[in-house]
Design a protein around this ligand. Structure first.
Ligand code: AMP
Length: 218
Protein backbone atom coordinates (compact mmCIF):
# COMPACT_ATOMS: atom_id res chain seq x y z
CA UNK A 1 0.00 0.00 0.00
CA UNK A 2 1.03 3.61 -0.51
CA UNK A 3 0.67 5.89 2.49
CA UNK A 4 1.64 9.48 3.25
CA UNK A 5 2.20 10.65 6.82
CA UNK A 6 1.50 14.35 7.14
CA UNK A 7 2.17 16.59 10.10
CA UNK A 8 4.49 19.30 11.39
CA UNK A 9 8.05 18.55 12.47
CA UNK A 10 7.82 16.82 15.84
CA UNK A 11 4.40 15.28 15.18
CA UNK A 12 5.90 11.79 15.38
CA UNK A 13 5.92 10.90 11.69
CA UNK A 14 9.38 9.31 11.81
CA UNK A 15 8.67 7.32 14.98
CA UNK A 16 5.40 5.95 13.62
CA UNK A 17 6.83 5.35 10.14
CA UNK A 18 9.65 3.23 11.62
CA UNK A 19 7.20 1.00 13.50
CA UNK A 20 4.65 0.69 10.71
CA UNK A 21 7.36 -0.09 8.15
CA UNK A 22 8.57 -2.93 10.39
CA UNK A 23 5.19 -4.39 11.32
CA UNK A 24 3.61 -4.11 7.85
CA UNK A 25 6.68 -4.89 5.77
CA UNK A 26 6.52 -1.73 3.70
CA UNK A 27 9.42 0.60 3.07
CA UNK A 28 9.73 3.90 4.94
CA UNK A 29 10.79 6.67 2.58
CA UNK A 30 11.95 9.74 4.48
CA UNK A 31 13.26 12.54 2.24
CA UNK A 32 14.83 14.07 5.37
CA UNK A 33 16.85 10.86 5.99
CA UNK A 34 17.81 10.65 2.32
CA UNK A 35 18.95 14.28 2.24
CA UNK A 36 20.93 13.86 5.48
CA UNK A 37 22.63 10.82 3.92
CA UNK A 38 23.44 12.89 0.82
CA UNK A 39 24.91 15.68 2.97
CA UNK A 40 27.02 13.15 4.88
CA UNK A 41 28.23 11.52 1.67
CA UNK A 42 29.09 14.94 0.19
CA UNK A 43 27.15 14.32 -3.05
CA UNK A 44 26.11 17.17 -5.37
CA UNK A 45 22.56 17.03 -3.95
CA UNK A 46 23.99 17.02 -0.43
CA UNK A 47 26.04 20.13 -1.16
CA UNK A 48 22.97 21.95 -2.46
CA UNK A 49 20.78 20.83 0.46
CA UNK A 50 23.18 21.36 3.38
CA UNK A 51 22.80 25.10 4.05
CA UNK A 52 19.04 25.05 3.38
CA UNK A 53 18.51 22.23 5.88
CA UNK A 54 20.64 23.97 8.50
CA UNK A 55 18.49 27.09 8.17
CA UNK A 56 15.23 25.13 8.44
CA UNK A 57 14.08 25.99 4.91
CA UNK A 58 12.85 23.61 2.22
CA UNK A 59 15.07 21.98 -0.38
CA UNK A 60 13.90 22.63 -3.96
CA UNK A 61 10.93 20.68 -5.28
CA UNK A 62 12.94 19.47 -8.30
CA UNK A 63 15.56 17.84 -6.10
CA UNK A 64 13.19 16.00 -3.78
CA UNK A 65 10.81 14.90 -6.55
CA UNK A 66 13.82 13.46 -8.42
CA UNK A 67 14.99 11.63 -5.29
CA UNK A 68 11.55 10.08 -4.77
CA UNK A 69 11.09 9.28 -8.48
CA UNK A 70 14.33 7.26 -8.44
CA UNK A 71 13.71 5.63 -5.08
CA UNK A 72 10.20 4.30 -5.75
CA UNK A 73 11.49 2.39 -8.76
CA UNK A 74 13.69 0.22 -6.52
CA UNK A 75 12.45 -3.37 -6.14
CA UNK A 76 11.88 -3.03 -2.37
CA UNK A 77 9.12 -0.49 -3.08
CA UNK A 78 7.10 -2.98 -5.11
CA UNK A 79 5.04 -3.93 -2.01
CA UNK A 80 4.27 -0.32 -1.31
CA UNK A 81 5.85 2.45 0.71
CA UNK A 82 5.18 4.93 3.42
CA UNK A 83 6.21 8.52 2.72
CA UNK A 84 7.44 10.46 5.72
CA UNK A 85 8.29 14.12 5.05
CA UNK A 86 7.23 14.07 1.41
CA UNK A 87 5.33 15.74 -0.19
CA UNK A 88 5.88 19.03 1.61
CA UNK A 89 4.58 21.50 -1.00
CA UNK A 90 1.73 21.54 -3.51
CA UNK A 91 4.12 21.13 -6.49
CA UNK A 92 5.58 18.05 -4.75
CA UNK A 93 2.06 16.63 -4.24
CA UNK A 94 1.26 17.19 -7.91
CA UNK A 95 4.64 15.67 -8.85
CA UNK A 96 3.80 12.60 -6.75
CA UNK A 97 0.40 12.27 -8.45
CA UNK A 98 2.18 12.18 -11.82
CA UNK A 99 4.71 9.60 -10.62
CA UNK A 100 1.98 7.35 -9.23
CA UNK A 101 -0.08 7.65 -12.40
CA UNK A 102 2.95 6.42 -14.34
CA UNK A 103 3.44 3.43 -12.06
CA UNK A 104 -0.30 2.67 -12.08
CA UNK A 105 -0.33 2.34 -8.29
CA UNK A 106 -2.89 4.43 -6.42
CA UNK A 107 -2.26 6.39 -3.25
CA UNK A 108 -4.21 4.58 -0.52
CA UNK A 109 -4.39 7.08 2.29
CA UNK A 110 -2.89 10.27 3.73
CA UNK A 111 -2.74 10.27 7.51
CA UNK A 112 -2.55 13.63 9.23
CA UNK A 113 -0.99 13.41 12.69
CA UNK A 114 -2.58 16.29 14.59
CA UNK A 115 -0.61 17.93 17.41
CA UNK A 116 -0.74 21.11 19.49
CA UNK A 117 1.83 23.65 18.31
CA UNK A 118 2.98 24.29 21.86
CA UNK A 119 4.15 20.67 22.25
CA UNK A 120 6.30 20.68 19.14
CA UNK A 121 9.31 22.67 20.30
CA UNK A 122 9.78 20.47 23.42
CA UNK A 123 9.33 17.35 21.36
CA UNK A 124 11.90 18.37 18.77
CA UNK A 125 14.60 19.82 20.97
CA UNK A 126 14.54 16.73 23.25
CA UNK A 127 14.84 14.05 20.59
CA UNK A 128 17.83 11.95 19.64
CA UNK A 129 18.57 8.65 17.91
CA UNK A 130 20.85 5.67 18.26
CA UNK A 131 23.85 6.45 16.05
CA UNK A 132 24.08 2.81 14.97
CA UNK A 133 20.53 1.60 14.25
CA UNK A 134 18.55 4.85 14.15
CA UNK A 135 16.03 3.97 16.89
CA UNK A 136 14.47 7.20 18.15
CA UNK A 137 14.50 8.44 21.77
CA UNK A 138 13.50 11.54 23.70
CA UNK A 139 14.97 13.17 26.83
CA UNK A 140 11.55 13.20 28.53
CA UNK A 141 9.12 10.97 26.64
CA UNK A 142 11.15 7.95 25.60
CA UNK A 143 14.44 7.27 27.34
CA UNK A 144 16.33 3.98 26.81
CA UNK A 145 15.38 1.22 29.31
CA UNK A 146 19.02 1.00 30.43
CA UNK A 147 20.72 4.37 30.69
CA UNK A 148 22.84 5.31 27.67
CA UNK A 149 22.18 1.94 25.97
CA UNK A 150 20.04 1.51 22.86
CA UNK A 151 17.06 -0.80 23.54
CA UNK A 152 17.23 -2.20 20.02
CA UNK A 153 20.95 -2.80 19.38
CA UNK A 154 22.80 -2.17 22.66
CA UNK A 155 24.92 0.64 21.24
CA UNK A 156 26.10 3.41 23.57
CA UNK A 157 26.41 6.01 20.82
CA UNK A 158 23.61 8.47 20.22
CA UNK A 159 23.28 11.51 17.99
CA UNK A 160 21.14 14.61 17.70
CA UNK A 161 20.17 16.27 14.44
CA UNK A 162 21.92 19.55 13.70
CA UNK A 163 18.56 21.19 12.87
CA UNK A 164 16.79 20.05 16.08
CA UNK A 165 17.57 23.27 17.94
CA UNK A 166 15.10 25.87 19.20
CA UNK A 167 16.16 28.48 16.61
CA UNK A 168 15.89 26.31 13.48
CA UNK A 169 12.68 24.69 14.72
CA UNK A 170 10.86 28.02 14.35
CA UNK A 171 11.85 28.29 10.66
CA UNK A 172 10.85 24.66 10.11
CA UNK A 173 7.45 25.28 11.70
CA UNK A 174 6.96 28.36 9.54
CA UNK A 175 7.86 26.38 6.42
CA UNK A 176 5.33 23.75 7.49
CA UNK A 177 2.46 26.19 7.96
CA UNK A 178 3.27 28.16 4.81
CA UNK A 179 4.02 25.31 2.40
CA UNK A 180 2.86 21.96 3.79
CA UNK A 181 -0.37 22.64 5.73
CA UNK A 182 -2.26 23.41 2.46
CA UNK A 183 -1.77 19.74 1.54
CA UNK A 184 -4.33 18.84 4.21
CA UNK A 185 -6.99 20.55 2.08
CA UNK A 186 -5.54 19.08 -1.11
CA UNK A 187 -5.87 15.49 0.10
CA UNK A 188 -9.18 16.12 1.85
CA UNK A 189 -10.60 17.27 -1.49
CA UNK A 190 -9.29 14.07 -3.08
CA UNK A 191 -11.06 11.99 -0.41
CA UNK A 192 -7.75 10.57 0.84
CA UNK A 193 -7.34 12.33 4.20
CA UNK A 194 -7.68 10.70 7.63
CA UNK A 195 -6.65 12.42 10.86
CA UNK A 196 -5.36 10.88 14.08
CA UNK A 197 -4.52 12.32 17.50
CA UNK A 198 -0.76 12.82 17.68
CA UNK A 199 -0.98 14.10 21.28
CA UNK A 200 -1.78 10.61 22.56
CA UNK A 201 0.94 8.26 23.87
CA UNK A 202 3.17 6.69 21.18
CA UNK A 203 1.43 3.27 21.47
CA UNK A 204 -2.01 4.83 21.19
CA UNK A 205 -1.01 6.86 18.11
CA UNK A 206 0.27 3.61 16.60
CA UNK A 207 -3.04 1.89 17.38
CA UNK A 208 -5.01 4.71 15.70
CA UNK A 209 -2.70 4.64 12.70
CA UNK A 210 -3.11 0.87 12.32
CA UNK A 211 -6.90 1.24 12.45
CA UNK A 212 -6.75 3.80 9.62
CA UNK A 213 -4.37 1.62 7.56
CA UNK A 214 -6.50 -1.50 8.08
CA UNK A 215 -9.58 0.38 6.87
CA UNK A 216 -7.68 1.73 3.85
CA UNK A 217 -6.41 -1.75 2.96
CA UNK A 218 -9.84 -3.40 3.27
P1 AMP B 1 12.78 16.01 8.16
O1 AMP B 1 13.76 14.96 8.54
O2 AMP B 1 11.59 15.47 7.40
O3 AMP B 1 12.36 16.88 9.32
O4 AMP B 1 13.53 16.97 7.12
C1 AMP B 1 14.69 17.69 7.49
C2 AMP B 1 14.93 18.80 6.50
O5 AMP B 1 15.18 18.23 5.20
C3 AMP B 1 13.79 19.77 6.29
O6 AMP B 1 13.78 20.80 7.25
C4 AMP B 1 14.09 20.29 4.88
O7 AMP B 1 15.14 21.23 4.89
C5 AMP B 1 14.60 19.05 4.18
N1 AMP B 1 13.51 18.27 3.56
C6 AMP B 1 13.11 17.01 3.88
N2 AMP B 1 12.11 16.60 3.10
C7 AMP B 1 11.85 17.63 2.25
C8 AMP B 1 10.91 17.83 1.21
N3 AMP B 1 10.00 16.90 0.88
N4 AMP B 1 10.93 19.03 0.55
C9 AMP B 1 11.84 19.97 0.86
N5 AMP B 1 12.75 19.86 1.84
C10 AMP B 1 12.75 18.70 2.53
Amino acid sequence: MIVILLGPPGAGKGTQAQTIAKTRGIVQLSTGDMLRAAVKAGTEVGKQADAIMKSGGLVSDDIVIRIIADRIQEPDCANGFLLDGFPRTLPQAVGLDTLLEKTGKPLDVVVEIKVDDTALIDRITGRYTCAKCGTGYHDTFKTPKVENTCDACGSHEFSRRADDNAETVKSRLMAYYRETAPLIGYYFAKGKLKSIDGMAKIDEVERQLNTVLDAAAA
